[in-house]
Design a protein around this ligand. Structure first.
Ligand SMILES: [Zn+2]
Length: 213
């Protein structure tokens, strides 16, 4: 599939990704998508939405340059993005007790990986978009093209980051369990500062979380 018509995907109704509740209140719509609020826990999410079986196709084909349902031209804003990532790294670093292996989930063009490497991390990434993935592999980065739920690694990471990603994860509970399993247990058991950094488009600051929370 070289082009993607998002309107051709069949939509499927899902329970709340946090509590499993099925009672929602409609808030508003964007294009064909309804934004709903769970009446049990208050989680706001898209429902119905593209099925778990098809959702990753949305991110595989020219996601960073196809405009209407992805980015217009991600790399044209490189300098601004790098500035933002540099600021976020400064925010993150005080939480880190060791600069070992880092994993950036949804690493796009690898800008944050560059910053990690400049700061002496051994950094890897996950990127679904074929075009970005190909470019990163060509440049010698260590990148997986698998969705997080299928990602396999023998490593335990001292830092896992995902920027503008959490709102795209279809199975939040499972994905967070996976992230937890990838974080370094050695760090976890010795010190409470195991870090997962989460930032989505609605938050203005990077948040650091102890994995036991
Ligand atoms: Zn809920």
């Amino acid at each position: 599939m070289s082009e993607l018509d998002i309107s051709k995907f069949q939509l499927q109704t899902y329970p709340c990704p946090i509590c499993g509740g099925r009672r929602n209140k409609n808030l508003y719509s964007i294009q064909v998508f309804n934004i709903v609020k769970c009446k049990t826990c208050g989680m706001t999410f898209v429902n119905p939405r593209i099925s778990n079986e098809k959702i990753f196709d949305v991110y595989r084909h020219k996601y960073f340059c196809r405009n209407q349902d992805g980015y217009n031209d991600y790399e044209s804003t490189a300098s601004l993005r790098i500035q933002t990532f540099e600021k976020w790294y400064i925010d993150i670093e005080p939480y880190c007790i060791r600069k070992g292996f880092a994993l950036d989930i949804g690493c796009a063009a690898g800008y944050f990986i560059d910053i990690l490497q400049d700061n002496l991390w051994k950094a890897e990434g996950i990127e679904l978009d074929h075009q970005m993935y190909g470019l990163l592999i060509k440049k010698g980065y260590s990148i997986s093209n698998d969705p997080l739920e299928y990602f396999n690694s023998s490593r335990q990471y001292d830092l896992i980051t995902m920027f503008d990603v959490i709102e795209h994860l279809p199975r939040l509970q499972k994905d967070f369990a996976k992230i937890s399993s990838l974080l370094s247990s050695r760090v976890f058991w010795r010190c409470p500062h195991q870090i997962l950094i989460v930032c989505n488009t609605n938050c203005s600051e990077v948040a650091g979380f102890n994995s036991s929370q």
